[in-house]
Design a protein around this ligand. Sequence first.
Ligand SMILES: C[S@@+](CC[C@H](N)C(=O)[O-])C[C@H]1O[C@@H](n2cnc3c(N)ncnc32)[C@H](O)[C@@H]1O
Length: 370
Amino acid sequence: MEVAQVLHMNGGVGDASYANNSLVQQKVISLTKPIREEAITSLYCSTLPRSLAIADLGCSSGPNTLFVASELIKTVEKLCRKLKHKSPEYRVFLNDLPGNDFNNIFKSLDSFKMKLQTEVAGGIGPCYFSGVPGSFYGRAFPNQSLHFVHSSYSLQWLSKVPEGVDNNKGNIYLGRTSPSNVVRAYYDQFQRDFSVFLKCRAEELVQGGRMVLTFLGRRNEDPCSKDGCYIWELMANALNDMVSQGIIKEEQVDSFNIPQYTPSASEVKLEVLKEGSFAINRVEVSEVNWNAFDDWNALDFESERSESIGDGGYNVAQCMRAVAEPMLVSHFGEDIIEEVFSRYQQILADRMSKEKTQFFNVTVLLSRKD
Ligand SMILES: C[S@@+](CC[C@H](N)C(=O)[O-])C[C@H]1O[C@@H](n2cnc3c(N)ncnc32)[C@H](O)[C@@H]1O
């Protein structure tokens, strides 16, 4: 599987789109707001840029895409009022893999900018948006051209499925029964990818530039613990049930592997320290329920989505469908998709009625060293 070609969230604004099924990710963005505020405030006050360049890496397409940029701009405008500074101009770069639905983002830009102008008393500085298609596991921007890099729920995606995981029988990601060579292969791939990411961003950020990165990760140090694996283990259960009923072949499941690694905070820290270009200002681990409707309150987002509570199994299955459907279709074909997600929904509903099910978020605030 060529990840850069196959991996993208479901586009558009339909029932299975990422735009309509990304409330968990929205919740995570709202949880990490204080860290971004701290970062943009210290960055602005220490560098006073006249032209502020912000990049959101793995921006996807939907209500979350422009939310972080709007929040950062509002914070800088508040600081400018307080310090009696003229507003800077803003250059916002939205990056994702080429399969991302950039058209949908571009269509919403005019109304987004108009809304932002009216929300900030006195207006905002000029804003220029650009789409930057390409992998963040490579150079995406010119030398020292960025002040602030943000990425949420994207860096757990690897650049490729690790090599040597053919014996991960019955699993589609790491799981309790994964052999040790498979666990090692996933961790090695994460280390290689994240270190390339850090090297590239170190070249692209100005000195003193900040990065706020949130990974879908884990609290537990064991990479095969439920923290990061359970959601995929239950999808594997749905696929394995279909194998036992002869609907799909065992080899098809055995050769399907999710290109993801959900790191712990210490694994993230270790890579940053090894690479050496960034100081670590903050590390936090938080959690969010699989069914974000469980504990959602709509304080930060004006979204009609927050009004419906809905069915937990359905919500979580739709969230995972928006993320994984293109990969599943590319491997298994279109025909089995409805069946997989209908079984997955039932399995999820059953587990969620019996145990506490949460995603874990690892967030780091880093500064580019001098
Ligand atoms: C779960 S979405 C998160 C989107 C958004 N940041 C949010 O919080 O709602 C992950 C995004 O990361 C993107 N992504 C994964 N690997 C990437 C890579 N190597 N380069 C750029 N984007 C990548 C995916 O295409 C996807 O749109």
